[in-house]
Design a protein around this ligand. Sequence first.
Ligand SMILES: [Zn+2]
Length: 290
Amino acid sequence: MITRESLMDDLHRIGVSKGDVLYVSADLSRIFFDERSSTIFPQLSAREIVDLLLFVVGDKGTLVAPAFTSSNFGVFGNANLFFNGKTLSTSGVLSNEMLTHPDHMRSNHPTHSFVAIGAVSEQLLHGHSCQSETYLPVRKMIRYNAKQIRIGTMNTTPGFVTVHFAEQTLLLDKLVIFPWLNNVYIKINGNLKLFRTKSRGLCSKQQWRLFSYYVKSEILSVGRIGCAYSILSSMSEAYDIEKDVLLNDKTLLICKNVVCVSCNARRWDRLHRMPLWIIIKIIKKILRLH
Ligand SMILES: [Zn+2]
């Protein structure tokens, strides 16, 4: 059985403590699904998991999660797509559950908002808006010695959020061709205004390549939360490694997928790949038509 108590023990064992600022990315369904024996255990609700995480970090701790939202791609905006602070997050069940919690705070960035509950929520999220840098709360969490945990998401999105922040501080985000093509409407003083993205993260599919560096530096704590394979690190330790590695090799995270738009059609240093990407896209479209 997976119970509230057993999950609490799992969280303590991997390194979560009272007073932590804890940044969480999680696939909640994997906590209760044992892939090796195909066993599905009775599940706690998403609210019960949020309450459990809040209990483990305690009154002086803070729980943070991404609450990212969709953007439109194109020269002009899509009037049906806008961010108003209540917009559903694309970051998963945990984030959306946190957004319904009576004590939650959400930052105002139109595409990369964060949600937080706890002692330093205000300090972490204040000033994060369409005017600020995209990953401002990550900068602040590093200052607060935050920990980041990934619960059951290693086979889908293996990287830490600090990687995108490292890309931003190294100005690698400037390699993205016309980031403003990603846009979304926001409501300011009752009027709709088009927000155009200033900075986008690069492709994240190859972020697992950073894991050899984490392991070598012994910064990872690994374990299972319920059945979910999970990792935890200090945000500042992960960020220091990512910054050093990416400074020495700006192409490390480029993937080999010939149809990846980020790596083949939206990087200034990969412009030579664009013709092939366009040809492949056209062929795929023609094949789908027949
Ligand atoms: Zn890619």
